[in-house]
Design a protein. Structure first.
Length: 165
């Protein structure tokens, strides 16, 4: 991305150096129109590039329900993003048995997210890895449970409570 950004700046810089201000003043409409077109295109490209490097907004509560080998699971992920770092908790409900787990290793890069849910199951440690993409109010994740298997899940952002005005 840095190369792309540098090449954009270099191209724009070269464009400015090659445009002769005398040509624009001499009434040459073709050159003036070309100069304006290049400036607009470059501005659009630079804006698009800056928007594409922004991290997705993941702060908030996300809900997901899915079936696994051990039964139907209901999850709420309470996430907080600080730059590229993601922290939070996973609240799990399996047939009324509820657990709360602190999430670790949370990362956010653009629209890609990953985090780990470390669980204790029958006195054994179990690492559940999540990786996926955020798109608006939806996260499509692959949930890898140790060496036991993977499940594709979708988590949807829980709407914040409406404030009375």
């Amino acid at each position: 991305m840095i190369f792309f950004s540098s090449s954009l700046c270099l191209t724009f810089s070269q464009l400015l150096r090659t445009l002769n201000p005398e040509t624009a003043r001499s009434g040459s409409k073709g050159k003036e129109k070309t100069m304006k077109t290049y400036a607009v295109v470059m501005a659009a490209l630079m804006t698009a590039f800056s928007l594409s490097t922004r991290a997705a907004d993941v702060t908030g509560k996300w809900k997901s329900e899915f079936d696994t080998q051990i039964g139907h699971l209901k999850y709420t992920y309470d996430l907080k993003a600080d730059g590229e770092k993601v922290t939070g908790k996973a609240f799990r409900d399996q047939d009324g048995q509820k657990t709360e787990t602190e999430l670790t290793e949370g990362k956010l890069s653009g629209d890609e997210i990953s985090f780990v849910e470390p669980l204790k199951f029958q006195d054994n440690s179990l690492r559940i890895e999540y990786k996926g993409k955020v798109s608006g109010n939806e996260m499509k994740l692959t949930r890898k449970v140790g060496d036991y298997g993977t499940t594709d899940i979708v988590a949807k952002r829980e709407e914040p409570p409406k404030k009375d005005k």
